[in-house]
Design a protein around this ligand. Structure first.
Ligand SMILES: [Fe+2]
Length: 393
């Protein structure tokens, strides 16, 4: 008997590597394990005020949070600010702790990475601004182990070696990146996302889906990152619309799938980084306050259309994995356009940005080489204007 014809996977680079040192736990109630591991540990706990209440009320983490020996930074706001964090670094300098517990969405997780690094012995005497400007200053740093417990799904920050920090005065975004920024352990417990409001579920879910997509149309993709990304989309694309439509809840199964989508997309970009959609998004957040995931999703169908000219088999493979063995890259494009329409991404963006001209005026700020440079097809001088105009219409 002959074997049926097996569809071959696409061939990416012939040589590749993949490394992610974060110990990962996934599943409902896996946060119990984090509570057990940190029970006798003096922690620096980094969260928001809402996060502190959630942590304190939690049946598993509440007793841990009640320990009076912990140090707290509980005033993290959306898109953490470099000056606020520097104030906290100055306040905490010289105090000892054995681990950092990051609890919340992407902002507390990124803030915790910055605090852990800036408070590491090897970085003493450095201002956070110095670290953001010069990665060589923290290349040898050995921060205390960071335990990340995300409460959104999400940025995937719990498994990435990146942190985004903002200078709100100058309307600029900065990054920390490198092996020293990786958390020590991640506990992704979807139960923590069950009570998220729909608007936050939508924006953070779009970030997760966009991150998976951006690691596919990415020059750094390899077979491992591609598998993570495709699996993330298989889980996240059907889960997000019902969750975004629900005023509360939305179903445990969908929450579980979106949380896993976020984690797998995080693992994918931990190697590839993100690409053009993210690069375009940062000025939209800095100048107009557009939530991160929404800002990233804005250009997703147009960037996919642009990237298809560099098809080397990866878009066909993704289309088949998501839509069946007869599906083509054109079907994939339709899928992303339909998602964009169904979730009213364009309308939500237009509610926050005054005009296409205001958008086009930011073009220079939208091209950051470490993100936009990852895109598959070469950027022509008019590419960005075309993508922005298409996305606006
Ligand atoms: Fe993102």
């Amino acid at each position: 008997m002959n074997l049926p014809t097996i569809t071959k996977p696409c061939q990416l680079a012939p040589q590749w590597h993949f490394h992610n040192p974060v110990r990962v736990h996934f599943g409902r109630n896996c946060r119990r394990r984090a509570a057990a591991e940190l029970a006798a540990t003096r922690c620096l706990i980094v969260t928001t005020q809402r996060g502190r209440r959630q942590l304190s009320d939690d049946p598993w983490l509440g007793p841990l949070a009640a320990n009076p020996d912990h140090l707290w930074v509980d005033g993290i706001s959306e898109n953490p600010d470099v000056f606020y964090l520097q104030g906290e670094i100055d306040r905490l300098a010289g105090q000892s702790f054995d681990a950092v517990l990051a609890f919340g969405g992407g902002s507390p997780l990124d803030a915790a990475k910055a605090l852990a690094l800036a408070l590491a012995e090897q970085c003493s005497g450095c201002q956070l601004r110095d670290l953001l400007a010069d990665p060589t200053l923290y290349r040898q740093a050995r921060p205390q182990p960071l335990y990340a417990i995300p409460t959104t799904a999400g940025t995937g920050s719990e498994v990435t070696p990146y942190a985004t920090i903002w200078d709100h005065q100058a309307k600029q975004k900065h990054s920390l990146a490198g092996p020293a920024v990786f958390p020590h352990a991640a506990f992704v417990d979807p139960a923590l996302t069950d009570t998220l409001p729909a608007a936050i579920t939508l924006s953070t879910g779009l970030d997760a889906i966009n991150q998976a997509a951006e690691s596919i149309w990415n020059q750094n993709a390899n077979p491992v990152s591609l598998d993570y990304a495709i699996r993330a989309l298989q889980l996240g694309l059907p889960a997000l619309p019902p969750l975004a439509a629900a005023t509360v809840g939305g179903g445990e199964n969908n929450r579980d799938n979106l949380a896993q989508c976020s984690l797998l997309a995080g693992l994918a970009i931990s190697h590839t980084r993100t690409a053009l959609c993210h690069s375009i998004s940062y000025p939209l957040t800095a100048h107009f306050g557009v939530p991160h995931g929404l800002a990233c999703a804005f250009t997703m169908p147009a960037v996919l259309r642009f990237s298809l000219q560099a098809e080397d088999g990866r878009f066909s493979e993704t289309a088949r994995a998501l839509l069946g063995h007869r599906a083509t890259p054109a079907d994939l494009e339709q899928l992303f356009t339909a998602l964009h329409t169904q979730l009213q991404v364009g309308a939500k963006i237009k509610a926050q940005i005054p005009s296409l001209q205001a958008l086009l005026a930011l073009q220079k700020e939208m091209i950051t080489p470490d993100r936009a440079g990852n895109i598959l097809a070469p950027l022509e001088p008019t590419t960005l204007e075309r993508i922005l105009t298409e996305s606006w219409q």
